[in-house]
Design a protein around this ligand. Structure first.
Ligand code: NDP
Length: 315
């Protein structure tokens, strides 16, 4: 084996959303000389959003992509070694842990911080993909504002869909909620709120046949999965809220996860079941999923890594 290609690092951070960059800021300041690999989507989910108004410190709001440039610059200024590359395989059987980047480069890391985030699930329609960013969105809280005073549709029946439908109902004239079964999965309290909101119409037993529109979303065609009937509704926005998929595949078999693939951490910490491997951000959080909570957990992971490496005597 050609061992010259192997690089040993104290602290490896995988992922470049708020969690990864915050971990890099703290780890750099703690002299852990972190190396951060950005992954498939440098900057993470915020790079596909627009205005961010709820991140503290930005009194006038900020564009999501711009905010992530700020995160990256701050991490770089603290000395983090930020690289483009995707972690494609890991071997966590012995320390230092082995992580392969782009199936080629092998990194040996004394501590690993997993901050690979989550990705929104999509229906998989061609029209949904084509109109993404032109009326199709997976984040009502990010993009709902653009549809003030307009009619929109939202697909999904879980707590996220219910929460987002309620959010949209305050901005939009009418919200069409597309539910594929005859009942919702969302908690009772959320269902009750949705049902009590006059400008939300639920289309039961309905699936999206096609998102309609040339340059921008103009409507949606629904198919009733009982009768087969097709109905077209005019909407300007089409929101998909059918869940998120944590980006944890490469850690399967090594790191404990729940049935949906979210990494399990010891409550009140970022520790996983593998000593020296920590998880932060959306890959381990299916409840809050906010930039600020991800950043907070990235800070926790760096502090946990610092303590761990200190106790191990890795300098
Ligand atoms: P869920 O997995 O709970 O719900 C996904 C919803 O999307 C389901 O109703 C499902 O339908 C529907 N769906 C899935 N695939 C398709 C498809 N191809 N076409 C149409 N519909 C589809 O995801 P959520 O993001 O809603 O929630 C994730 C977790 O986060 C849950 O545990 C939830 O309770 C939690 N959460 C809690 C909140 C809170 O407490 N305030 C807020 C937001 C989330 P079906 O029901 O038929 O399977």
């Amino acid at each position: 084996m050609d061992t010259s290609a192997i690089e040993t690092v104290k602290c490896l951070i995988i992922g470049s959303g708020p969690a990864g960059y915050t971990a890099a800021i703290y780890a750099s300041r703690a002299n852990l000389a972190p190396v951060l690999y950005q992954g498939i989507q440098p900057g993470g989910q915020l790079t596909i959003t627009t205005e961010v108004e709820n991140y503290p410190g930005y009194a006038d709001g900020v564009q999501g992509p711009e905010m992530m440039v700020h995160f990256e610059k701050q991490a770089a200024r603290m000395g983090a070694d930020i690289r483009y590359g995707i972690a494609t395989r890991v071997d966590l059987s012995a320390q230092p842990y082995r992580v392969w980047i782009d199936d080629e480069k092998e990194i040996h890391a004394h501590a690993v911080i997993i901050a690979t985030g989550a990705s929104a699930k999509w229906l998989g329609l061609e029209s949904e993909q084509r109109l993404n960013g032109h009326g199709v969105s997976a984040c009502a809280v990010c993009d709902g504002f653009f549809f003030r005073g307009k009619d929109v549709a939202i697909v999904g029946a879980g707590d996220t869909a219910a929460e987002e439908a309620l959010y949209l109902s305050k901005l939009c004239t009418h919200v069409h909620m597309v539910v594929r079964r005859d009942r919702m999965r969302a908690s009772k309290v959320m269902q009750d709120r949705v049902l009590a909101t006059p400008n939300i119409t639920i289309h039961w037993n309905s699936e999206t046949d096609e998102v309609l529109g040339g340059q921008n979303v103009e409507g949606v065609r629904l198919r009733n999965n009982q009768s087969g009937d097709l109905t077209e509704i005019a909407v300007s926005g089409f929101f998909v809220a059918i869940g998120h998929q944590p980006n944890s595949d490469i850690f399967k078999g090594w790191i404990d996860m729940d049935e949906a693939g979210y990494i399990l951490t010891v409550p009140g910490s970022s520790r996983t079941n593998v000593e020296g491997v920590f998880a932060a951000g959306d890959v381990q959080d299916k409840t809050y999923r906010q930039a600020v909570t991800a950043a907070g957990s990235g800070c926790m992971a760096a502090l946990d890594a610092e303590r761990y490496l200190g106790a191990k005597g890795v300098h």
